[in-house]
Design a protein around this ligand. Structure first.
Ligand code: CMP
Length: 138
């Protein structure tokens, strides 16, 4: 089990001014921030990131949304980071997200769901490398 995962504070949460509150929750839940930057993705960049979902009916909507405004990309460290970050985020659909999770508190819909997290150690490494250079990881 790796101690790193990748996260995004998505454009909906950044636009609504939730960035600081989400970072506070990340830190108070015991994560160390190893990498962090505010970026505005191009549609092509978002399509590359979500390539595994290319055949899904919501791919256009998803990549349009993810390139619609600034987001914060994060490399997070904690023991069992992938599961710990998914637990803190809550269910993909905010209607199903448990009390105390970020999606329960900040997400509006399954598409605009405030945060992203890697689903495995392998994908965490790929996703961190997609957005961060070595110099940007402390
Ligand atoms: P994320 O964890 O970023 O990975 C893929 C994303 O696709 C997911 O979060 C959702 O925001 C989005 N997604 C999943 N299902 C749907 C759907 N039915 N309609 C729109 N977006 C979806």
């Amino acid at each position: 089990m790796s101690n790193l995962t990748f996260g995004i504070i998505k454009p909906d949460a950044v636009a609504k001014g939730h960035t600081g509150k989400i970072i506070d929750r990340i830190l108070s839940n015991g994560f160390k921030i190893r990498g962090m930057k505010l970026i505005h993705q191009t549609k092509k960049n978002a399509e590359g990131f979500y390539a595994v979902h290319a055949e899904r009916p919501f791919f256009g909507e998803l990549t349009e949304f993810m390139s619609s405004g600034p987001c914060v990309v994060l490399a997070l460290e904690k023991e069992g980071a992938v599961k710990a970050w998914r637990d803190l985020m809550g269910a993909t659909n905010p209607a199903e997200a448990a009390e105390g999770t970020l999606r329960k508190d900040f997400a509006g819909s399954i598409g605009e769901n405030a945060v992203h997290g890697s689903d495995s150690d392998e994908n965490a490494a790929i996703e961190i490398a997609y957005f961060f250079s070595k110099l940007e990881l402390v």
